[in-house]
Design a protein around this ligand. Structure first.
Ligand SMILES: *Cc1c(COP(=O)(O)O)cnc(C)c1O
Length: 609
């Protein structure tokens, strides 16, 4: 039975039990149960569920693994970490990160003014704030204000001009000077699709010559005692650990050299993020080749070795892993609205009194087919279909005959598949891939899975129920935007098979997993679909508790957001109804009320699901 690779990507966070996906935690609620619970109030459209216990698990895993490696290697520095806000800035994700991280003094990383303000308002006071990215004088001044307000903040410079601005601000104000870090530009590059953050051609960091110059400037201005950290980041979702080791050797040696040049207060090395998450759901296609255990022990061992060789005290190690912390905590749930091939249902057969001989044969094959005869009959049916299509092209049969032929052949293929499955037959598998079913889901890929569209990043996807039944439909998934890129096509190398569902009788939901990193702010309002309804789910021994509900924006508010005047729009539509000669007087109140409801709802479809 297909488990959708849950053993590969879910890190035991989810399990399949009684045919449903459940959270593998305390009372083990099923995702279907939670979704139905939320939707029982009449809500439609996609749901974003956050699970704070999964954030806690990842923070704990990061700290425990590094602290174990430190113990095992008798490493003398400490371990610390910050969460990079660009990965997920949303209030209820950050709330969990800050609360769950408190006991570890887990800090925050900011890459822009807005993120810095957020960090200053949310960070636990004894935790570190690191500031990366390009900074102007205002942003640097904000760093001074944060330090003076009691934060342990490090401004990591991306260039010498930033260092000069820091000195300028220090001379102009009496505010407390923050710690200074240097981002080093490494000659060793990263790995993975996001590997543009390291390497000589990187957008970021100081070259060796600039680092020497920076030390000179710091010394000359009596600021060398503010230099406390060197930093590098070789890119996100590192698929291979080898480039990290190279980068560590280079950065470790830079650190040791700086100590020798008199940077006596320097005591932190910040290795950035990049720790990968498994998004793949097929055994042959793992996206990364190391575990958190290997990652942490490699970092600790290598840095220890470099420092011992150079006779330098072991630095504290900081990481800025974001994807690893946030990805697993959020699940996106999308109702399936339609299966497109249902128009091939036998009930649409419209037979004539006198059918063409080949149609009669197809009818016989369809009636008599059993497990033993199915493969042979299937071949006959495919052959007949070809002939019937030729007859149609030549004008010998009509559109009704063609439709009947398509329905019958479709049925014969489906029956054969149910008898045999496709595990053991290449032919049936290929046939199945051709007969793809398109599942229309009430979701926008541009809004909720932007990296699928922009980076071809796959996210694990599976149905929430029916998991004790065979899924035999080769599935492609279409969203409700009218953009043809809003589709997750069937890939025969990484096939997705879903169930044949009669949506008039049963609901069917797809869950997209590991979507808690980067997707939310990168998502866009293409076709003016807004963010999905969002919920935080706390799970305990007895059940679960739904809190922090944020509703998807209404149609009017989305228009308002992009600069329209919502009152003007509302008044115009109302006036048009009131003056219309086509709407009878009696019906006007009713129509106005309908309009009011529609404009105050989100723009997701409200048909059946
Ligand atoms: C993006 C970024 C990170 C986070 O990377 P992940 O791959 O999400 O761990 C860390 N540090 C810096 C400087 C970044 O730009």
């Amino acid at each position: 039975m297909n488990n959708y690779g849950i053993n590969i990507w879910s890190d035991n966070n989810f399990i399949i039990e009684d045919g449903e996906v459940k959270l593998n935690f305390k009372s083990k609620p099923s995702l279907l149960e939670i979704s139905k619970d939320i939707r029982s109030a009449g809500l439609k459209g996609p749901l974003l569920l956050r699970f704070p216990h999964l954030i806690k698990k990842q923070i704990k895993s990061l700290y425990t693994n590094f602290n174990n490696a430190i113990k095992e290697n008798k490493y003398q520095g400490l371990f610390g970490a910050v969460f990079p806000l660009k990965v997920n800035q949303f209030p209820h994700a950050i709330e969990s990160i800050v609360t769950q991280g408190k006991e570890y003094s887990y800090g925050l990383e900011a890459g822009s003014k807005a993120e810095l303000i957020l960090a200053m308002s949310k960070a636990n006071l004894n935790s570190k704030i690191t500031v990366n990215g390009f900074k102007d004088k205002e942003m640097i001044t904000l760093g001074f204000i944060a330090s003076s307000s009691g934060h342990n903040l490090t401004l990591i410079i991306e260039g010498l001009n930033e260092l000069n601005t820091i000195i300028e601000v220090a001379n102009e104000t009496k505010l407390k000077v923050p710690n200074i870090g240097i981002r080093v530009r490494l000659h060793s590059a990263g790995s993975g699709s996001w590997a543009k953050s390291g390497g000589m051609d990187s957008k970021f960091g100081l070259t060796s010559t600039e680092i020497i110059e920076a030390i000179f400037i710091l010394k000359n201005n009596a600021f060398l005692d503010k230099l406390s950290m060197i930093h590098f980041h070789i890119g996100s979702q590192m698929n291979d650990i080898a480039p990290l080791k190279k980068a560590l050797r280079e950065a470790g040696n830079i650190y040791a050299e700086l100590k020798k040049m008199g940077a006596s207060y320097l005591d932190n090395i910040n290795i950035g993020g990049g720790l990968a998450v498994e998004y793949n759901q097929h055994p042959h296609a793992f996206t990364h080749n190391y575990s958190i255990e290997e990652f942490s022990s490699s970092v600790v061992f290598l840095l220890g070795e470099i420092m011992d060789t150079k006779g330098v005290k072991h630095p504290n190690i900081y990481t800025e892993s974001g994807r690893f912390i946030a990805a697993s905590h959020a699940v996106l749930i999308a109702p399936v609205l339609e299966l497109f091939s249902q128009e091939y249902h036998e009930k649409f057969l419209n037979l004539k009194k006198n059918n063409p001989p080949l149609i009669k044969e197809l009818l016989e094959l369809n009636k008599l087919l059993d497990k033993k005869t199915s493969i042979e009959y299937l071949h006959d049916a495919l052959d007949h279909q070809e002939s019937l299509f030729t007859l149609f092209d030549l004008g010998y049969i009509d559109l009704q005959d063609k439709s009947n032929a398509e329905i019958l052949v479709h049925n014969i293929i489906k029956k054969t598949l149910y008898f045999w499955g496709f595990e053991n037959s290449k032919e049936l598998e290929q046939l199945q891939a051709k007969l793809q079913e398109r599942y229309l889901i009430n979701l926008s890929i541009f809004q909720s899975l932007p990296d699928y569209w922009g980076m071809e990043q796959n996210f694990p996807v599976m149905p929430l129920n029916n998991l004790n039944k065979k899924a035999l439909r080769a599935a492609s998934i279409c969203d409700i935007t009218c953009d043809s890129d809003g589709e997750i096509g069937f890939n025969p190398n990484k096939p997705l098979h879903l169930h044949d569902i009669d949506l008039k009788k049963d609901e069917y939901f797809l869950g997209f997993f590991n979507i808690g990193a980067y997707q939310e702010t990168l998502g866009m309002n293409h076709n003016l679909f807004s963010r999905p309804n969002e919920y935080t789910i706390d799970i305990d021994e007895n059940g679960y508790n739904i809190k922090n509900i944020i509703e998807s924006k209404s149609v009017l508010n989305i228009l308002d957001d992009i600069g329209y005047d919502k009152d003007e729009i509302l008044n115009k539509l109302k006036a048009d109804i009131l003056t219309s000669n086509f709407i009878k007087k009696k019906e006007k109140t009713d129509t106005l009320a309908k309009l009011d409801v529609y404009l105050k709802q989100n723009s997701y479809l409200r048909t059946t699901n």
